[in-house]
Design a protein around this ligand. Structure first.
Ligand SMILES: [Zn+2]
Length: 339
């Protein structure tokens, strides 16, 4: 009888809040909304493209007269950021869109996705596939651009050491620009007409070693950590303290059984304070934030470091900027609650 009672008690505990109290970390007791309250987010991985007619996020009904699709997408992106506490986004695109977003709103740190390809519809208008050093300088001064990336040289079919990319690395080093680098073995499939020379192996972070040897202070974000090239990413990060990473795309598109052990490894290697938040795909900010919120073995402080503080350190934000970001989030909340 006693044993039966004990079994019953264990059973009851396992399926009640008691089990949670025994096993879960503090964030389990908070809703996602409570977790996010008052917390700024830096999104280090955003792509800027033209606006598309009939896009289900920002233009579900199709174009109405007088609307500009580019402006519609820009406004919708600003709203999405505001709804998710994003106070700063590192946003890459072709010169036209990097310029458009950077000029519209200082919460966008714009820059060139490089190199663009004239064959790729999403990269239009690609006025020039490869810029010279002087052209980069002129462009960056004109639009006050602040970052470089994401790199797409693996899609283009060349390694990072290709001579045509040298001006980009040198310019980023000279201007101290953060550079986002695509560093995963995927995606597994691309449009062959747009990307006839796609070479996923060129995204191996190991190939950045000669560039970092030449420019040892270059600040790099290894994008898509946690899928392929995990060991190579860790080796590079261990050697260069200014190399950080995001786990965008991987954390929402790959099974958790794949990326989670790799994420644990990052923390075990003492590199957890170099993980930053990135959304990558348009319209997925909240989905990506929820992934961070749901990681049971990280405490809240570590999670807030992913969302903001690791990036603030990487980007060398000043204390005033950090304070103003916290203020900005309170204003966002006030605006939302008045709606
Ligand atoms: Zn990306």
């Amino acid at each position: 009888m006693k044993i039966q009672l004990l079994r019953l008690l264990v059973f009851a505990l396992a399926f009640s809040g008691g089990y949670l109290i025994m096993t879960a970390n503090p964030s389990t007791f908070q809703t996602f909304e409570q977790f996010m309250r008052g917390r700024p987010v830096i999104d280090v991985h955003m792509h800027l493209t033209k606006g598309y007619e009939g896009n289900e996020a920002y233009n579900p009904q199709g174009l109405t007269e007088g609307d500009s699709l580019d402006q519609l997408k820009l406004k919708w992106t600003q709203q999405e950021m505001e709804q998710n506490n994003v106070v700063l986004a590192l946003a890459g695109g072709t010169a036209k869109y990097a310029g458009l977003y950077a000029e519209a709103d200082e919460d966008f740190w714009g820059g060139l996705q490089f190199p663009c390809s004239k064959l790729v519809e999403m990269e239009s208008p690609c006025e020039k596939e490869f810029f010279t050093y002087d052209e980069l300088k002129e462009l960056y001064e004109k639009y006050e651009l602040k970052i470089l990336g994401e790199s797409v040289y693996n899609y283009y079919g060349i390694p990072p050491t290709d001579i045509r990319l040298e001006p980009y690395w040198k310019f980023a080093a000279d201007m101290d620009l953060p550079v986002g680098v695509h560093s995963d073995t995927g995606p597994p499939k691309v449009d062959e007409k747009e990307r006839p020379n796609y070479s996923p192996q060129f995204a191996n972070p190991e190939l950045l070693a000669p560039i970092l040897e030449k420019y040892p202070n270059l600040r790099i974000i290894l994008m898509h950590y946690g899928g392929g090239y995990t060991e190579e990413a860790i080796a590079l990060m261990k050697k260069y303290p200014q190399v950080y990473c995001d786990f965008s795309a991987i954390c929402i598109m790959m099974p958790k059984q794949i990326w989670e052990p790799n994420l644990r490894l990052l923390y075990e290697e003492g590199l957890g304070d170099r993980l930053m938040f990135g959304s990558d795909y348009t319209g997925t900010i909240e989905q990506n934030l929820r992934v961070v919120y749901d990681i049971g073995w990280l405490d809240n402080e570590e999670k807030y470091n992913i969302l903001y503080h690791n990036a603030a350190r990487f980007l060398r934000l000043k204390e005033e900027q950090i304070i103003s970001h916290y203020r900005e989030v309170s204003t966002m909340y006030r605006k939302r609650s008045q709606r």
